[in-house]
Design a binder for this molecule. Structure first.
Ligand code: NDP
Length: 419
């Protein structure tokens, strides 16, 4: 039985909260704390009649370590689930250390202000040393390893779908299907249609920064960087059909390259329709994706934040989105001296996700594993002092929980490979 503090109350959080309430055997009590407390109160009101889990709410600015530490000490949870934004990862980790509780998140650290000279100097050195230029990377959070170890606390990083489930699929494939995995292709297909000419399925700022950045992949011990959308492939996805997909940089490549021995290449592909790409290119060309503030009619505005205010709220896409997602990994490697290829994937239906939780499949496929990873830590199944990525623990109980909590997976032998 555990008591959990959940920070954030957006699309992903709403699914994670609903799922915690379905798992009252582990989550006896939860507190939902976010910047806008009315969203937390609305969730409490919606769910409290349907669950044995006791729900409390609080207002918090998670950028304020002192206030957050105070809240954690007062509520005294067993763990904190961070489903706010990657900007808050480090402040929430600091508060967890100060209050002595375990930490869980779904996305690695990214600074809100990419013009901060102190951050920029470290970033530019990393670009040169490692060879990829994404704003986010694991170095900031891996640097907490000794602090969490000394405190005897667990920090579990990246328990969403990708990263998260894709990394657990990798650990599962290595445990049950391969002696060595040599090639990993992570394929993220969203076949959903929300009917808008342009909208993002999760936080627009985070989503557009990721998609408009250079791509990169890991090969033979180093990063290879590409221009945005430079590498395109087509794939016929089970449950969705034929889609164009593009190579992106993605955070689990970094941790899998570190944690999967003998891996030769790891790539990540995401599907995009032509309309999405045309809109994004246009917005980028006119400067609307910039994160540097500009003066507009005597007021300072950040272009991408202004764009966020114009775009549909991802949470509002739920009732309009039809179709399915298919996310998974194709593994190539050897077993008993012979070559072997397998594909592990999940198909998730937008309309069914919405019926169950009030959120579409992109939030659903992230919120369910956020709850599962938290249950692994808070329920004591995954134990360890230090900072961990999900592929470092036993995948079997997590894979079982995916089937139980709405993200069933399938294994296909000899799939069509990506060239
Ligand atoms: P949303 O923008 O929908 O929600 C973010 C929530 O965090 C909002 O409730 C927001 O409050 C709250 N918040 C923001 N800043 C603060 C702060 N300083 N203090 C307290 N609360 C704050 O985002 P999503 O739900 O789409 O995404 C949540 C996380 O999930 C992100 O980190 C995202 O990167 C990650 N993600 C991971 C995926 C994976 O597969 N691993 C896939 C998709 C998302 P307010 O309501 O006031 O704005």
């Amino acid at each position: 039985m555990a008591r959990l503090l959940i920070i954030g109350c957006g699309g992903v959080a709403q699914v994670a909260i609903s799922k915690c309430c379905q798992n009252s055997d582990v989550f006896e009590e939860i507190m939902i704390a976010s910047r806008t407390v009315s969203k937390c109160d609305a969730m409490k009101e919606k769910l409290e009649k349907t669950t044995k889990t006791v729900i409390k709410t609080a207002q918090i600015d998670a950028d304020d370590v002192e206030a957050l530490t105070k809240l954690i000490k007062e509520y005294a949870p067993d763990a904190v689930l961070n489903v706010a934004l990657p900007y808050q990862d480090l402040t929430i980790m600091d508060a967890c250390l100060a209050a002595g509780v375990d930490y869980i998140d779904t996305a690695n650290y990214e600074p809100e202000d990419t013009d901060d000279p102190e951050w920029r100097a470290i970033y530019e050195k990393r670009c040169k040393d490692l060879g990829f230029s994404a704003y986010f990377d694991y170095s900031w959070q891996w640097a907490y390893q000794d602090k969490f170890k000394e405190a005897g606390l667990t920090a579990l990083l990246g328990t969403g779908f990708d990263p998260g489930v894709t990394s657990v699929y990798t650990a599962y494939a290595l445990k049950h299907y391969f002696d060595e995995i040599h090639y990993i292709d992570i394929l993220d297909c969203n076949g959903g249609d929300h009917g808008y000419p342009f909208a993002t399925n999760f936080n627009p700022e985070i989503n557009l920064r990721e998609v408009s950045a250079n791509g990169s992949y890991w090969e033979n011990g180093h990063w290879v960087e590409t221009k945005p959308m430079e590498i395109k492939r087509e794939y016929n996805f089970d449950g969705v059909g034929m889609k164009d997909m593009y190579l992106l940089h993605h955070e689990e490549i970094e941790s899998l390259a570190k944690n999967i021995p003998n891996v030769k290449r790891i790539r990540f592909f995401m599907t995009f329709g032509q309309s999405y790409l045309t809109h994004m290119n246009c917005l980028q060309n006119v400067g609307m994706l910039n994160t540097t503030p500009i003066m507009f009619e005597g007021k300072e505005i950040v272009p991408i934040k202004f764009l966020k205010a114009l775009l549909p709220d991802p949470a509002s896409l739920g009732p309009r989105t039809k179709g399915k997602t298919n996310i998974g990994c194709i593994f190539r490697g050897i077993k008993d001296g012979k070559e072997r290829n397998i594909y592990i994937y999940n198909i998730c239906d937008h309309e069914e996700s919405y019926k169950e939780t009030g959120a579409q499949a992109v939030s659903y496929t992230t919120g369910v594993p956020a709850m599962i990873g938290t249950a692994m830590v808070a329920g004591g199944t995954w134990k360890g002092a230090g900072v961990f990525n999900v592929e470092e623990f036993d995948p079997d109980p997590y894979m079982e929980a995916l089937n139980k909590y709405g993200l069933p997976w399938q294994v296909s032998e000899n799939p069509v490979l990506v060239e």
